[in-house]
Design a protein around this ligand. Structure first.
Ligand SMILES: C[S@@+](CC[C@H](N)C(=O)[O-])C[C@H]1O[C@@H](n2cnc3c(N)ncnc32)[C@H](O)[C@@H]1O
Length: 259
């Protein structure tokens, strides 16, 4: 890749990673939560202090709170996203910070979780920071809700619309990159579906960073296609809701202890 290509990629990455607060209402309303089974897998038995990084509006944070018995701290740089989190989860300690600079004390957490966000971080700086914040032998746990492809024709058509023109490298959600302070990785997946209504499908599309970063006219074209999909796709015509297939990909690794 040439230097200008790399610059364009990192500009795109920066613009999109900081875009979510501009669509906070759509995000909070339409993004799915995480299956309880997946959230439970992220947190090893005996863990007490959990830090949720890039916590957004609190989709994963809420799942952690629901496990019970955990002290959960949320770290989120975007003010609008953090405000939505605090409104939904007033008892959670929500702090301004980034994955690379959390502002949290050394060795203060048993688990650091990251939902739908590790691919937005600088993996080396974030791993260093996570290893600093975790107690020895602590766990870094990553999770992504991903649309399951090849399961339903209408969901594949939706996927094609919302990814049209998207040049972001999504490989970091398939095989996360992290620094040498954690490892080896364990992995599991949870396959599930969610019931979705037409207005939620539109909001789900509108909550994607690809669409948020577009010019309003270009975004409107794609959103109109999402609306048209519901009116015209043979599997959706006349229905008020449908099942959207997901796979939740979970990863966890412990901090590496010196031999
Ligand atoms: C796709 S949202 C995920 C939010 C939430 N974890 C969830 O599961 O719904 C990504 C979040 O990461 C945050 N973010 C982006 N860059 C970040 C960074 N360097 N450190 C911490 N958070 C970051 C964004 O502000 C946004 O709230």
């Amino acid at each position: 890749m040439t230097e200008p290509d790399q610059d364009r990629r990192s500009d795109l990455h920066r613009v999109r990673s900081t875009s979510f607060g501009r669509s906070v209402t759509a995000y909070a309303a339409a993004r799915p939560s995480y299956p309880a089974e997946a959230v439970a897998w992220l947190v090893p038995p005996g863990a007490r202090d959990v830090v949720d990084l890039g916590a957004g509006t609190g989709k994963l944070t809420a799942g952690l709170v629901a496990l019970g018995g955990l002290r959960v701290t949320a770290v989120e740089p975007d003010e609008c996203m953090r405000a939505a989190l605090s409104a939904a989860l007033p008892d959670v300690d929500a702090r301004r910070g980034t994955a690379e600079d959390t502002g949290l004390p050394d060795a203060s957490a048993d688990v650091v979780t990251v939902g739908q966000a590790w691919h937005w971080f600088d993996p080396e700086a974030a791993t260093r920071e996570v290893a600093r914040v975790l107690r020895p032998g602590g766990t870094l746990a990553l999770v992504w809700n991903v649309l399951a492809e090849g399961v339903s024709a209408w969901a594949d058509a939706y996927f094609e619309i919302v990814h049209r023109g998207d040049t972001l490298d999504y490989s970091r959600r398939e095989d996360p990159v992290a620094g040498p302070q954690v490892g080896p990785w364990e992995r599991t997946e949870v396959v599930w579906t969610r019931t979705i209504r037409p207005e939620e499908l539109r909001a789900l599309a509108a909550s994607r960073s690809h669409l948020i970063a577009m010019s309003p006219p270009d975004r409107d074209v794609l959103l109109a296609e999402v609306d048209a999909l519901w009116r015209t796709h043979p599997d959706l015509v006349g229905r008020t809701s449908a099942e959207l297939p997901y796979v939740t990909r979970c990863w966890r690794a412990r901090t590496v202890t010196a031999p």
